[in-house]
Design a protein around this ligand. Structure first.
Ligand code: SF4
Length: 96
């Protein structure tokens, strides 16, 4: 049996997401994020959902893996809401 090694991008591409358009499970305070010097979220999110555009943090919760890393590393409390998605919403890991 041959096992194919998949890249992180290929593995992430296997996931399915049921996005809750009415209730974002992660919400940022743009003013707090704008004043943050470290912007650690840019480098820790395994799904690369935090990006920098014109000096501002852009974030889209739609591909969230629900790992909680951003919540732990955000020392300036820029994440004003972090909950798991409501029932039936969120990531569905499909590897295997
Ligand atoms: Fe990224 Fe994990 Fe935060 Fe979701 S919980 S936004 S995957 S760091």
């Amino acid at each position: 049996m041959t096992v194919k090694r998949l890249s992180p991008e290929e593995l992430l591409g296997l996931n399915k997401f049921a996005v809750d358009e009415e209730d974002a499970h992660i919400v940022l305070d743009k003013f707090i994020c704008a004043g943050c010097q470290e912007k650690t979220c840019l480098v820790v999110c395994p799904a690369v959902l935090y990006t920098l555009k014109d000096g501002e943090i852009n974030f889209d919760y739609a591909g969230c893996l629900e790992c909680g890393t951003c919540r732990v590393v955000c020392k300036n409390k820029g994440i004003v809401k972090w909950n798991y998605p409501r029932g039936t919403f969120g990531v569905n890991f499909r590897y295997g």
